[in-house]
Design a protein around this ligand. Structure first.
Ligand SMILES: Cc1ncc(COP(=O)(O)O)c(C=O)c1O
Ligand SMILES: [Zn+2]
Length: 403
């Protein structure tokens, strides 16, 4: 039985075609590579009806994923996170058809588990024994645990300012972890140097290998399936390295080509923090690529990426769908983190909260209409960032009343 319809890897910059059954990094031209599938074969192998009967994890889309043999799947049960209606918040924001895809309910607590599950599975299938990566924390935690489950070694370097709990996740999983007094780009240089000096380590930094994006694209596949094989009007995504937004765009185009969904692609919205908004600046300038953002800082640590390798792919996804890019302040996103929990009971991560602030701003500016069906990606649980929620409350003596 054919498990995957993976055909080859394509370079979106120079058009070169690469063998998908060899371990690959970026193209010789420096661009990330994208996995391509034989979609006619996929259509012959499965259908939405067939998929409906499969287990509720991301491997239900295995024909559209790169792992060739079911036995090579490394899983902790990731995927098929809830797509929740947010009626009270939606009413408050003036967008009644507001939905949230809640990635807080996934192994490791963030959507990074998707990229790690698929990336580690495919790396293991191709014989890789050790991975190395820079991270803003959450991806390092995810890749460490999946590497552990695959019996692979992992080397992780993250900024000292990354969420502390992600360190614990890496250490618990037996990763070789280092903190760097700098940002993710500094961590990336350390990793590249280590990979060049050591033998057997694959650099799995954001978009430096082709399969993390395949895991993340399943968010797009799930949104379409959960809506009954149709697409919303708008998808709002907190953008750092951009893997998720590029992946969602890729997924929906694959579904259109398969004929499983029809109509216009959703307008894709990249949300960034005002303290690190290179994609927003590039979008405002109508540019095809971004410029490195100086002095990047925000409480939404996962989106502190001053220069993304795949910036041109993020911008293409926004331009091609009639989307936009929005920057929000830390103050506003922290206020909305509270508002989401107060109105809907969900404790979202600051990156997810930033997307609700963006919805608020886009509705106020009129870019969003009241009738738009809007899906926000909450990329992780708020539990990873306990310091973002001040909880100064009275301490009572052991006995007595609090009336
Ligand atoms: C919680 C969270 N949201 C969003 C992002 C940004 O991810 P992407 O690379 O898909 O833009 C990250 C990246 O670290 C993250 O940890
Ligand atoms: Zn190329």
């Amino acid at each position: 039985m054919t498990y995957s319809a993976l055909s080859h890897l394509d370079c979106p910059r120079c058009g070169a075609r690469h063998d998908a059954d060899l371990v690959q990094g970026t193209c010789t031209c420096g661009s990330p590579l994208l996995a391509r599938y034989d979609l006619r074969q996929v259509a012959g192998l499965t259908s939405p009806q067939d998929i409906a009967g499969r287990p509720a994890d991301l491997w239900r889309y295995h024909e559209l994923l790169p792992v060739r043999e079911a036995g090579h799947v490394v899983s902790l049960g990731e995927g098929m996170t809830p797509l929740l209606a947010m009626p009270r918040l939606g009413k408050a924001l003036g967008v009644p058809s507001l939905l949230m895809k809640d990635e807080g309910l996934i192994p490791t607590g963030t959507f990074k588990a998707r990229g790690a599950a698929v990336g580690v599975s495919r790396a293991a299938e191709l014989g890789v024994a050790a991975i190395a990566m820079p991270t803003n924390g959450n991806a390092g935690a995810a890749w460490s645990v999946y590497a552990a489950r695959a019996g692979m070694r992992s080397l992780v370097v993250m900024p000292a300012a990354a969420p502390a709990i992600t360190r614990a996740q890496c250490v618990a999983a037996g990763a070789e972890l280092y903190l760097v007094d700098g940002l993710i780009g500094d961590a990336g240089r350390r990793v590249a140097d280590a990979v060049a000096r050591r033998t057997g380590y694959l650099n799995v930094a954001t978009l430096r290998e082709p399969y993390r994006i395949e895991g993340k694209k399943t968010m797009g596949l799930e949104i379409a399936e959960q809506l009954g094989w149709r697409m919303p009007d708008v998808i709002v995504y907190p953008t750092g390295g951009g893997v998720g937004i590029i992946g969602i765009y890729k997924a929906l185009r694959e579904l259109i080509e398969l004929g499983w969904v029809r109509g216009e692609l959703p307008r894709l919205v990249a949300v960034q923090a005002a303290g690190c908004a290179p994609i927003v600046a590039a979008f405002d300038a109508g540019a095809a690529e971004s410029e490195p953002w100086p002095d990047a800082r925000t409480v939404a640590f996962g989106i502190t990426v001053p220069k993304a390798l795949g910036d041109f792919l993020i911008l293409e996804a926004i331009y091609a769908t009639g989307g936009t890019a929005v920057a929000v302040t830390d103050e506003a996103l922290l206020a909305d983190q509270r508002e989401v929990a107060r109105l809907e009971g969900s404790f979202v991560c600051p990156e997810g909260a930033a997307c609700f602030t963006a919805v608020r701003q886009l509705r106020e500016s009129g870019w969003l209409a009241e009738t738009d069906e809007v899906v926000v990606l909450n990329t992780g649980t708020g539990l990873i960032y306990p310091e973002t929620m001040a909880a100064e409350v009275p301490v009572l003596p052991a006995s007595g009343s609090c009336a």
